[in-house]
Design a protein around this ligand. Sequence first.
Ligand code: GLU
Length: 439
Amino acid sequence: MEQQATEKRTVSPSDTAAPAPPKADLWSTVLQQLDDVAQRLGLNPGIHAILRQPERELTVAVPVLMDDGQIEVFTGYRVQHSSARGPCKGGLRYHLDVNLNEVRALAALMTWKCAVAGIPYGGAKGGVCCDPVRLSENELCRLTRRYTAMIMPIIGPKRDIPAPDVNTNPQVMAWIADTVSMLEFQTVIDIVTGKPVPLGGSLGRREATGRGVAIVTAELLRRKGRALAETTVAVQGYGNVGSSAATILNEMGCKIVAVSDVTGGLYNPHGLNIAAINEHVARHPRGWLEGYSAPDVERITNEELLTIDAHVLIPAALEHQLRADNAARVQAEMIIEGANGPTTREADEILNDRGVVVVPDILANAGGVVVSYFEWVQDLQCFFWDEDEVNRHLKRIIVRSFDEVWAFSEAHKVPLRLGAYMLAVDRVAEALQARGIFP
Ligand code: GLU
């Protein structure tokens, strides 16, 4: 799974038919951030207006024949925020909290992320409101294939390329590629990234987001003059992103003192045994931390993890985990946003005032989409790279992006998030200006 939800939920059919509005709206967070940046950049009002609305939005009602013979209808979305800098790019999320505003926000974050990383894409996101834990493998397959068929008119290797996100994985990507290939009577593997390696996936894609998080953490620590071996880290979310980040940072010498997932957290101030935890997760039928025990390991809640005593906090679960009610209690000196939108605007302000350095999502978790870009390039050329080459190029791009955001933020005397957003919006605006308005 690309990222991991933080709470376990059960669902009745009525939940899937009428998704409840989210507690806090990520889309309004993203719009406020854009408005703020537009003002600081003195952005052309027309360009600002263009960026305030997604280019294209598709809502689909996805009927699925369930294993018990009943039909259930799920609501799915694909939102293309911007294609100014290239084909739209972004993941597909399966979660009960998925709604149009969340998908809009996540699509816009992809536009900024690709611009910060300097890769030739715009931004998109997809989602289906469902609880994948409740669905069998066959139901997930049918849901994915029907959703794919329904969004096919707007996706394509040069239009919009989906990828994994929360609760979707290489298998889901394989079903998407196969569905499009069957309907188009040709092999279309470049329609998605994050595929299994035997189907044109890239080596290194699975760990790419976590590796990018680790590279960014190392870059920040270097600038702060703190040795990796003297650094303690807490990671919220032990899905694809959190587990890879924890594993790679541990290999680099950091002490991982706390990790958590939907089932709760583990804490050991002397450092957790990440290899043993990974073995446990690999054996667990759902890949969860549940049931893991070891001497000196204390069970903690997700909420406790966020405020635990560690130098670095990596929220790598869902959005709006750091809020006005807990930001003042965060003990970490540095926050690396592995998830998309884990910090509310209020929390961001509190953390800034307290001098906590926050590396924003659009930079910190860009490693995934960067290796997605490499996968797409490899698929288009039908020429595949070895893993060292993938990791070398990933490091080069993430370090370059970090340097650019750092320098820009210093020059403008703004926090890293604002610097990253200003850089991103400026790059997208430049592309829009160069293209002009059609017709
Ligand atoms: N879902 C990931 C993200 O939020 C990856 C997107 C992609 O590879 O296109 O960045």
